[in-house]
Write a protein that binds this ligand. Sequence first.
Ligand code: IMP
Length: 431
Amino acid sequence: MSTLVVVGVQWGDEGKGKIVHLLGHKADVVVRYQGGNNAGHTVIFDGKHFVLHLIPSGILQPGKKCLIGNGVVVDPEALHEEIQFLEKRKIRVKGRLFIADAAHVILSYHRHLDCLREDASGKGKIGTTRRGIGPAYSDKVGRTGIRIADYLNPTVFRPLLERNLREKAPLLTRFGSMKQIRNQVLKRYSALRSFLVPFVVDGPQFVYGAVEADKRVLFESAQGTMLDVDFGTYPYVTSSNPVAGGVCIGSGLAPTQIDDVLGVVKAYTTRVGEGPFPTELKDDLGESLRQRGMEFGATTGRPRRCGWFDAVAVRHAVRINGSRWLALTKLDVLEGVHPIRVAVAYRVGNKILKEFPNDRELQATVQPIYEEMPGFQGSIRGMTRYEQLPVNARRYVKALETLVGARFAMVSLGRSREETIILDSKFPWKP
Ligand code: IMP
């Protein structure tokens, strides 16, 4: 048995899709444990471009099994669309994708509530994906949520739906009457319910079975540590726990069964949506990183905010995840940028902070203290060995390792699997 958690250690969009796809070759089972269709994992497979929102990217590799764990919130309509999208492209899904019966469902009123809260928040809005993620998790914790098992059982589902409509419909008049909202949910209920049945399993038993059978299981996070509801820039976070600890809660894997954690980190920083971003570049360089790195949200198409690498935030994330290993992505986007800056601490007034603060006022006002490094020239794309990288690119990689306290197992220089340099042969999941 061997388990690996792949987790984002910035604000999401670190390039986890490619890394999971690369390591997925070694896995028997790939599991998503949190988030929902707010995620967008971009993968190039067989020369084709896939963006997956809910289904683990292991589905693209024949023979692998995939689980959507109980910690995920599942929009049945979105899942149906994604499965159809894959099947149209000749990717077999039935018999390979499984969904935990304790995962909660997202229904139309969750999406409405998400929009309502965002629109009512004015300047304080989170900048959510408006997919209903926060309201579905609120219901889960508030004990009014509807799980897949409940959704499949009409005698349980109907009264739960009525209870939720009574509670929520008065807030949602902008989107229609209670009757109209009920109809939105029920219009496709019967078809979606029958569609879901063959995929549904007991999640923890599925995970336990894989571990007992000595399978290699890869756990794929969505979003990133700085968007974690507990360890991120609250309240500007998503409503789940992307951190490695979330694996146990969101899949049923026992804590003693996590063997390794790989953090995925971009060579600079991006963030989509509102909230603190100490190293943000609001100038031409930020714009140039956005264009060269094609930094536009895979789910919403929104332009991502871009900035320098923040070693304070990543060090915080590496510790929380226990990620001994890292995968560095998009180093090629820094070609020709000189000098390169890395935030090594923050300043507030005349105080120096070496750790990421929890206080929201501090998070929003800290000034980064940068270390400058010489940039590197020329194209590094296509390089497959570390020694081929220009000396300043290698210096940058080594400096980041020291600053964040973890080792790079690989460096990615492009979207395809070939555009990857393997750095450390001791990494147990070395592709
Ligand atoms: P929500 O998850 O839709 O509630 O959005 C909460 C915050 O997380 C917003 O700032 C979103 O932009 C951000 N977010 C959600 N999913 C992703 C993702 O997959 N990548 C990057 N940011 C995300």
